[in-house]
Ligand binder design. Structure first.
Ligand SMILES: N[C@@H](CCC(=O)N[C@@H](CS)C(=O)NCC(=O)O)C(=O)O
Length: 201
C-alpha cells in the first residue's frame, strides 16, 4: 500500500502512527506541498481536494485521514483498533468527528497560523480550542483511552494535533489529564514521533 505523505502533516502522521503501532507495512510517497505538487493534475486524480494523506491499495484510492484509519484498522486480523460491533464503531466515530472538526478548527488551525503563516483567524482557532480542551481533559480524567477501554483509531486520530498544540502557541499545562493521555499514547509499543512533537524534538 502506498501512502502519499508529508512529514510535517499531522493528518499524515495519524496514519504513520497507526501503521507503526500495528506493524502495518506502508510505502511512503512524499508529496511536496511547498512546491504545489498537490495541485498537479496527476495528484488531483488521486484527491481532487489536493490534500494529503492519500492511500492507494491496488485499484482502491482513499483520501481523508479518518477514512484511511478506518480502512486500515478494518483490514487487520486483530480488530481491537476498530471492532466489528455497532456500538464500538459509533463510539469511535464520534471521536473521529472531533478530530476532523473541533481539533481541525482549533489546535490544528492555530498551528497552521503559527508555524506555517496560513491566513486563518487566531481568535476563531482559540475559540474552538478553549471549548475543546476542557471537554477532552474531563473525558480522559475518568478513562484511559478516548473511545474504548483500550487504544483505538480514535486515539490515533486525536493524538497528532493535540500533541503538536504547543506549536500553535497553545499550552497543555492547564490540562493534566490530557497530558497523561498523551504520555500513554507515547508509551505504546511501536510508537513513532513526528517533528515538533513536544518533548521529542
Ligand atoms: N480531512 C483531511 C484534511 C487533509 C489536509 O488538510 N491535508 C493538508 C496537510 S495536513 C493538505 O494537504 N493541505 C494542502 C492544501 O490545503 O493545499 C484529512 O483528514 O486527511
Amino acid at each position: 500500500m502506498l501512502l502519499y505523505d508529508l512529514d510535517a502533516s499531522g493528518n499524515c502522521y495519524k496514519i504513520r502512527l497507526f501503521a507503526a503501532l500495528t506493524n502495518t507495512k506502508l510505502d511512503l510517497v512524499p508529496v511536496d506541498l511547498a512546491s504545489g505538487e498537490n495541485h498537479d493534475p496527476d495528484f488531483r486524480k488521486l484527491n481532487p481536494f489536493g490534500e494529503v494523506p492519500v492511500l492507494v491499495d491496488g485499484d482502491f484510492t482513499l483520501r481523508d485521514s479518518q477514512a484511511i484509519l478506518v480502512y486500515l484498522a478494518a483490514r487487520l486480523a486483530n480488530r481491537a483498533w476498530w471492532p466489528e460491533d455497532a456500538m464500538s464503531q459509533a463510539t469511535i466515530t464520534q471521536w473521529l468527528s472531533v478530530a476532523s472538526s473541533e481539533v481541525r478548527n482549533g489546535p490544528n488551525a492555530a498551528r497552521l497560523i503559527h508555524k506555517f503563516g496560513d491566513p486563518l483567524d487566531m481568535g476563531t482557532a482559540m475559540h474552538w480550542t478553549d471549548k475543546l480542551l476542557p471537554v477532552l481533559n474531563a473525558h480522559v480524567e475518568t478513562q484511559d483511552w478516548f473511545a474504548l477501554r483500550r487504544p483505538t483509531i480514535a486515539d490515533c486520530a486525536l493524538f497528532p494535533y493535540l500533541a503538536l498544540a504547543p506549536e500553535g502557541g497553545i499550552s497543555l499545562t492547564p490540562y493534566p489529564a490530557l497530558m497523561r493521555w498523551l504520555d500513554r499514547v507515547r508509551d505504546l509499543p511501536g510508537f513513532i514521533p513526528v517533528p515538533g512533537l513536544y518533548g521529542d524534538c
